[in-house]
Design a protein around this ligand. Structure first.
Ligand SMILES: [Zn+2]
Length: 343
């Protein structure tokens, strides 16, 4: 009986008392733990478990998103896919399979990070789904069958396998800043210089979405484009948006760029009696980016556009160009996202 009591006391000491002695937090840890719990609505109230709070939150959230609930926007159906299975369809839809392996790996990690960020931070954006398959809303996704339909049948199987291998080679890896998944925006072609997120959308000035220069993008067809619009079309497009729109085409300043961003994109433009953001002009006029100049010959406006996309985060053509010059996926990602880690 005595022996049993000794065992029992020993058991109580090891299981209950020892952990309390060993892990009583100091003041600093308590403060860190409380701040993090507030920010992430963690349910845990046990400060002693939060010695490495950021990583623990990240790991818990990350594990939660091993399965993705994908909303098919055309049918409204929600499909559950494992993360990497989902990413095969994203990388296949978002980047040409002919791109370099290291660029495809970078795209896989960027897409995985973007997905987790969306799932964690856009709760309620899509009811009962983490993300949708519309590139304009979340990020593009195609089934294997859809993708095969637009590939040369002789290359389709090898293309798909290349993408699967690139996604599998990066399994579990995501981009973090201060231990948290980043909002990993990406686009087609930056025109040589990416844009700080603040200049495009305002709001949060993400410290990792800064303007950086990239060489080699001019070798891709997405680098430059031209749009010609008659003065009547321009007037109609503006009137669709602004009923009180007025313009006098005899005034040589009837269209005038008023302000550029630090990466030389149009920040504000005056069209007739309206001063609008470059991003809005891009949408109204159907331009591929806000990096444009224009000319007017009395009848038509010609917009000469550099780059393709919003210009924030990783440039896909820039990534491919870097890979062609020997950069690996880690170097590509750290070039486009300032001060990040890959975990
Ligand atoms: Zn969406």
């Amino acid at each position: 009986m005595k022996k049993f009591l000794l065992y029992l006391l020993g058991f109580v000491f090891v299981v209950f008392i020892l952990p309390i002695i060993c892990t009583t937090p100091n003041k600093e840890q308590e403060v860190v733990a409380n701040i993090t719990e507030e920010n992430t609505e963690m349910q845990s109230t046990n400060n002693t478990e939060n010695n490495n709070v950021q990583n623990q939150n990240y790991d818990e959230n990350y594990l939660k998103y091993q399965t993705i609930r994908l909303l098919h926007t055309e049918t409204g159906q929600i499909e559950e896919l494992s993360m990497d299975e989902y990413l095969y369809g994203v990388v296949a839809a978002e980047m040409p399979a002919s791109y370099e392996v290291e660029a495809l790996k970078a795209q896989a990690i960027v897409a995985r990070t973007y997905t987790i960020y969306q799932a964690m931070n856009s709760v309620g954006k899509h009811e009962n789904a983490d993300i949708c398959d519309n590139y304009a809303c979340c990020q593009a996704w195609m089934s294997k069958e859809e993708r095969f339909a637009s590939w040369d049948p002789n290359e389709a199987e090898a293309n798909w396998q290349k993408i699967v291998d690139c996604v599998n080679a990066t399994t579990g890896r995501i981009i973090t800043y201060n231990g948290q998944p980043i909002n990993a925006f990406f686009h087609s072609n930056s025109g040589g210089t990416t844009e700080a997120s603040l200049n495009i959308w305002g709001g949060i000035d993400y410290p990792y979405l800064k303007s950086v220069e990239t060489s080699g993008e001019d070798g891709y067809s997405q680098y430059s484009s031209e749009v010609t619009i008659s003065k009547e079309d321009l007037e109609n497009k503006m009137k669709e948006k602004y009923q009180d729109f007025e313009i006098d085409f005899s005034d040589e300043n009837c269209v005038q760029i008023l302000e550029y961003t630090s990466s030389n994109r149009v920040k504000t433009i005056k069209i007739g009696n309206k001063e609008i953001a470059g991003t809005e002009a891009r949408t109204i006029l159907g331009l591929k980016s806000t990096n444009f100049t224009f000319s007017f010959d009395g009848s038509n406006f010609t917009f000469s556009v550099v780059g393709n996309g919003h210009g924030v985060g990783m440039s896909q053509t820039g990534a491919d160009s870097m890979a062609k010059n020997g950069s690996n996926y880690e170097e590509i990602i750290k070039h486009f996202y300032t001060g990040v880690e890959i975990k």
